[in-house]
Design a protein around this ligand. Structure first.
Ligand SMILES: Nc1ncnc2c1ncn2[C@@H]1O[C@H](COP(=O)(O)OP(=O)(O)OP(=O)(O)O)[C@@H](O)[C@H]1O
Ligand SMILES: [Mg+2]
Length: 404
């Protein structure tokens, strides 16, 4: 009988021993006006560290300093005070820049280039040779669901399609640090799920991801640690477990029990309970999972002129693992319990995987099924997170060029 431990596992020693990728100390940025008078204190005495393989979230209300921190990290802005190191160097170090992929909060695209030319242009900036550029562009466009709109000018893309091409552009140089400013803004729920799976798979391969987002459920699904900004200052920081766990209560999830069994169990619990309330309810699936399920069924019978669902993680990000149809691998991974993912991935209790609905698996195995299966975070739903990871992982294995 599966018993799910709902609290995420505590932070392991692996994180603490991993290489420091980003180190920020006392970082302050004050924007000044024409007369050099302080106009906005955007970032104010911020300290944090991000280690290799972590997914690190920057949260905070509008204008709280997230994008300014990102621009400082990229060397696009100079700090007023404080110290930043990325891979042990200043962010302006040219070699360091070539190890970073960046998705800006606004899409800056040449509107008359098509998506293929856009990726070719950015590949050129990183001095990739023509073959590499072509190869990567093809895989990335497939991965982000734009394989069928390669020849359309990006200026006529919808907002979500522009986000997708921006994401492909951020990965063209096979970066070790990926910085994503609101990566899921404007994406449909399928795209959101795909981007989240991609982020987790990148981290499993030892890439470091820093992202900002207002979509707290997305952050909760993927991030290992977060900082919460307000007024340019960090108000809270830690692993999601540290910030969200309620150590004074416990949740047990079981299949439906006969009434008599339930009463016996409740009687035992109440006997030993000194104070507090015992609550019994039915878990619900979240809206994301339900939506993805409905769309997967609709896709089987309908055409769309918009973005397709991304197929698989680009080969070159994957590291030489022989490509198998995504659905096939997912089926394998779902039916074979696997070892816990690398320290980089958000920890998930193996035992939380429910029995698999064979009709959903069949839908996943379709080549046209969304690359991101409708599973959800183990902390909120009962769907199997390990399957998410393996699917995105399978997509990614070669893009990462074996640099695990
Ligand atoms: N180039 C600039 N010149 C002057 N002020 C700026 C500039 N860029 C940002 N600011 C100010 O710095 C503060 C932080 O802005 P920032 O863009 O970092 O916020 P954010 O947390 O990313 O917000 P959002 O969630 O809206 O994207 C704001 O008060 C903003 O007006
Ligand atoms: Mg911003």
């Amino acid at each position: 009988m599966p018993v799910a431990e709902l609290n995420p596992k505590p932070e392991t020693g692996d994180r603490r021993s991993a290489e420091v990728v980003v180190s920020i100390r006392g970082l302050t940025k004050v924007f000044k006006d024409f007369w050099n008078r302080p106009k906005a204190r955007a970032v104010d005495g911020v300290d944090f560290e991000v280690r290799r393989g972590e997914i690190f979230g920057l949260l905070g209300p509008n204008g709280s300093g997230k994008s300014t921190t990102i621009k400082l990290l990229l060397g696009l802005l100079h700090p007023t005070k404080g110290h930043i190191e990325v891979f042990g160097h200043s962010p302006r170090h040219v070699q360091t820049k070539s190890r970073i992929g960046y998705l800006p909060e606004e899409s800056y695209l040449y509107r008359y280039l098509n998506s293929r030319e856009t990726l070719d242009f950015f590949g050129n900036l990183f001095h990739l040779d023509k073959n590499d550029r072509n190869n990567r562009a093809e895989q990335l466009l497939e991965m982000v669901g734009l394989g069928k709109t390669q020849t359309r000018a990006v200026g006529e893309f919808s907002k979500g399609m522009q986000r997708r091409i921006g994401l492909a552009q951020a990965l063209i140089n096979d970066p070790d640090l990926v910085i994503l400013d609101e990566p899921t803004a404007g994406l449909d729920p399928i795209g959101c799920r795909e981007v989240k799976d991609l982020i987790v798979a990148l981290a499993r391969r030892g890439k470091t991801v820093i992202l900002s987002s207002h979509l707290l459920s997305d952050v909760e699904d993927v991030c290992d640690r977060v900082v919460i900004y307000y007024g340019g200052k960090i108000q809270a920081q830690g692993t999601l477990n540290e910030l969200l766990a309620k150590p004074d209560s416990l949740r047990i999830t079981t299949p439906v029990l006969p009434r008599e069994t339930l009463e016996k169990v409740l009687a035992i619990i109440r006997k030993d309970l000194v104070s507090g309330e015992v609550r019994v309810d039915n878990p619900t699936q979240n809206l994301e999972s339900y939506f993805l399920d409905v769309v997967a069924k609709a896709r089987a019978a309908n055409e769309t002129s918009g973005a397709q669902s991304g197929a698989r993680v680009a080969e070159y990000l994957r590291g030489g693992v022989e490509a198998k149809p995504a659905g096939e691998k997912v089926l394998e991974k779902l039916s074979l319990p696997q070892a816990a993912p690398a320290a980089a991935a958000k920890p998930v209790a193996e035992s939380s995987a429910p029995k698999v609905d064979s009709s959903k698996l069949a839908a996943l195995a379709q080549p046209t099924a969304p690359a991101a299966a409708p599973e959800k975070s183990a902390s909120k739903t009962e769907a199997p997170k390990p399957a998410d990871l393996s699917k995105a992982d399978e997509k990614l294995s070669s893009l990462l060029g074996g640099k695990k």
